[in-house]
Design a protein around this ligand. Sequence first.
Ligand SMILES: [Fe+2]
Length: 611
Amino acid sequence: MTYILGISAFYHDSAACILKDGEIIAAVQEERFTRIKHDSSYPKNSIDFVLNYSNLTLSEVDYIVFFEKPFLKFERLLETYLAFSPRGFTSFAKAMPVWIKDKLFQKKNLFNKLTQHDKKYNSDKNIFFSSHHLSHAASAFYPSPFNEAIVLTADGVGEWATTTVSIGNKEKLEIKKEIHFPHSLGLLYSAFTFYLGFKVNSGEYKLMGLAPYGKPIYEDKIKKLIDIKEDGTFRLDQTFFNYATGLTMTTNKFHKLFGNKPRNPAKEKITQFHMDIASSIQKVTENIMINLSKSLKNEYKINNLCLAGGVALNCVANGKILKEKIFDNIWVQPAAGDAGGSLGAALALWYIELKNKRFINSNDAMKGSYLGVEFSDSEIEKELKIAGAKFEKFNYEKLINSVTENLLEDKIIGWFQGRMEFGPRALGNRSIIGNPKSEKMQKELNLKIKFRESFRPFAPSILKEDLPDWFDINIDSPYMLFVAEIVKEKKIKMSENQKNLFGLDKLNIKRSEIPAVTHVDYSGRIQTVSRNTNERFYDLILNFKKKTGCPMLINTSFNVRGEPIVCTPTDAFNCFMGTEMDYLVIGNYILNKIEQNKNLLSNYKFKFNLD
Ligand SMILES: [Fe+2]
């Protein structure tokens, strides 16, 4: 047996995973344990978990691989600051001591930290370093169901690369070309995220959710910032941006071009201007991704596309690439951000360095991305008793029936089952679920449960075989990474008066038979659910369909705004008691809010720093 431990850390989203002879055994993000969103610290808890889960001590692990090359990254920072000097001095002075202390000497640093897991671990000879985008590319290609694929990665920045193109063939994966820093699609999107007053590296979803409320009237102005070639490659005019040199993202020249300063979220409401900006940058991003896809397809004549890197989490753009029918098949790594780099680094070592044979799984090799922590009945009971919870145990059938009854009454339910998901999406194991036919549900869920902006959409989890009856695509989307439009028959047309409503006023109009999961442009971010990857979730949705004819549920992640997705039954109970959720279902146990001790109620609204 060969065991490989993959680690990503010290940038965004620290994570760890274990491969056993190339098979993905466990993978988890550190934020879930420390309860600090996007935690980038050394993933001690994650490493402990993946080792425990695999019944291993660290000294029994054959290889340890880190997701990027710290020295190259240091070189990039150094050269950038020299190139932009003296403008770059502020940020350089701030970044430099951290780099010298922690990042440049990563191998020694990593080795020292690793020794805390196991006293017998005494040599750094088995520590390897992948490169940032090779890790992304490997995480996208190797678990995919494809023998051969074009692999496109795009993010903010790794060492130097911001966008790469690779060709994967069986066990081979080779990077063919790269776009380098400071020209970055991820940083362009992040610059606009910053400009709209959202947090960089987490508010990108908000920008994407806001875009359909606006019109892309600033598309031409954005093209002054970025020179897009016909093949989709691009260069950014650095006079508009500050990310290479300063500690903000955009310059005064940028603000002058669009006519406003960056939005101050504490003082300024979102206006039509912000929605139009969001719509415009989303459209530019989609067009770049579509043009890149088209030119790559022409060049390499391969019918499969794999995607990873933070930009691959833009499920609206993914949906557009799909709709253009450029490729026969597209597969996106569910942990497309840097957490997934741990997995890609381990896979790259197994296939590229150790030259092992690859056996392709016709679904994919991610096991539904259910790769994290799980709890037995006795562990659940123990935690719930300590928390002071009142609960009742049900058998499988009764549990499914009882939850369905509650959904029919528009109750909001915390649904905690099996192994936690790897990646930013909850896929039915750490989810909050509700009735998508309810007209009040979107608002209630946003304001009373998630404590977040009312414009943000919710996703449907739909039985895979029913997808074409409701949405205009027919693919497998198990990881909620494609957006598609609701079919015509299920839409409710807006009246002429309603059509003229602006922005957020459109939110209160029922636009389809499933209003709670219908975004303002009739789109939905889809998760297809299959019985072979998530039996319990599938059976619940099937039962709901039998009663209502509607083969889907609302599925949003089990957390409040700013909180990492819940990991343990205790996290779930605390979140349940801190919000207006009606029921909590953990494994075979159901908790009714009305029966809980009122003294344990709390207000979660201000518990976490807003994202
Ligand atoms: Fe990345």
